[in-house]
Design a protein around this ligand. Structure first.
Ligand code: AP5
Length: 221
């Protein structure tokens, strides 16, 4: 299985990618998570990326393309992958097509998650992530059972992302429309997209995603 989960910030890509990766035993490749790990480790990449991420801007294409190239040729991606957050520009999409061709791999589907913009602003303002195990919560939709404690690992390190402040979220949405939306046209022209109504509850979105995957099952392996 080789999928791209596509859509605006906060549409639920990470949530669904996590569920699918567990179900199908494939790698969840989130470029945002990789960059945040680099920031946490204080690597040169992390220091450089933070300047862009905190402002809601995109990290330069050459950096991102190198990052994905490395991970796609690694053992962890051999059984399949779910790309979450990449490609985000047409240049990245073209580079991905070339990489896959070189590796004799084909993409199965691009799932385009659709939600009203004000709803994603609400989702992002309510998002909390466990700093210890990475489980994602939401103050409005998916609170922890005990306030301030991760249900999964018991950590009290629940964090709000710096770029989830409303002004930065609105900038990320502007960047999405300007630089990332054209990627959708790139894949639509190649008849590779399926729209997903991601405004439903998490289980209902998962059900729609599974239907889309099974609908194109001939090509998904
Ligand atoms: P990244 O981390 O990729 O952020 P994003 O794409 O903006 O996506 P988010 O993680 O904000 O949202 P999501 O769709 O995954 O939603 P989630 O499932 O968490 O990128 C961050 C930054 O890194 C970028 O701005 C850029 O600077 C840089 N970057 C990354 N990749 C790059 C690239 N390729 N090129 C250049 N720069 C790059 O859900 C959000 C919230 O909603 C959660 O609280 C969740 O619990 C809740 N939720 C989820 N689904 C539902 C539902 N169905 N109903 C109700 N609530 C829900």
């Amino acid at each position: 299985m080789k999928l791209i989960l596509f859509g605006t910030p906060g549409v639920g890509k990470g949530t669904q990618a996590h569920i699918l990766a567990e179900k199908y035993h494939v790698a969840h490749l989130s470029t945002g998570d990789m960059l945040r790990a680099a920031i946490k480790d204080g690597t040169p990449l992390g220091i450089e990326a933070k300047k862009y991420m905190d402002k809601g801007e995109l990290v330069p294409d050459d950096v991102m393309i190198r990052m994905i190239e490395e991970i796609l040729s690694s053992e962890s991606a051999k059984a399949g992958f779910i790309l979450d957050g990449f490609p985000r520009t047409v240049k990245q999409a073209e580079a991905l097509s070339e990489m896959l061709e070189r590796n004799h791999q084909t993409l199965d589907r691009v799932l385009n998650f659709c939600v009203e913009e004000e709803e994603v602003v609400k989702r992002l303002s309510g998002r909390l992530t466990c700093g210890s195990c990475g489980t994602i919560y939401n103050k409005f939709y998916k609170p922890t059972k005990v306030a301030g404690i991760c249900d999964n690992c018991g950590s009290s390190d629940l964090r709000q992302r710096v770029d989830d402040q409303e002004e930065t979220v609105r900038q990320r949405l502007r960047v999405y429309h300007q630089s990332t939306e054209p990627v959708l046209a790139y894949y639509r022209e190649r008849h590779m997209t399926t729209d997903i109504d991601a405004s439903k509850s998490v289980p209902d979105v998962t059900a729609e995603v599974l239907k889309a995957i099974n609908g194109s099952r001939n090509g998904v392996h």
